[in-house]
Design a protein around this ligand. Sequence first.
Ligand SMILES: [Cu+2]
Length: 176
Amino acid sequence: MRKFILLTCAALTLAACGSKTEVSTESQTDGVTKVETKTNIDGVKTHAAMELTRYAVRAALGQNPNTAAYVTIKNTGATDDRLVSAACECADKVELHTMKMDGDKMMMAPLPDGVVIKAGETIELKPGGNHIMLLGLKTRPEDGQTQAVSLTFEKAGSVTVEMPVSNAPLSDHGAH
Ligand SMILES: [Cu+2]
């Protein structure tokens, strides 16, 4: 019996060694939003961090049920990461999209695996390129307002950004 108890204790001790701590923080000042997550799994430390700038939502146009959002993301952490998804209370569905040629036409295409951002790298979601697609608008973002949009990264965690809404986001005058 005594032997059995000792074994149980040994198992518990091992389980306690398999430790994981995770600390996430986010901050937003002057058009710069930061999110970072530090994890320590069994002594292996990961520091994932993103800096978000140049974000904007295109104002809903006429009867168009959809619109788009844009952001520049710099991976300031020590690990490669991935923008997995985005979300907005304003829309039924939010997708990450890219633009690609279909014959001689530029078409949008979903990015189901999200967008990889290597450590130190910066990606731009911008008019004419990769973007956040807000589908089936439930509320219609208007020029001059702000709209909360959430981004989720595989390692850095989730962050909600108050994005300015504009008829010409990032001073681009072309239509989405
Ligand atoms: Cu799109």
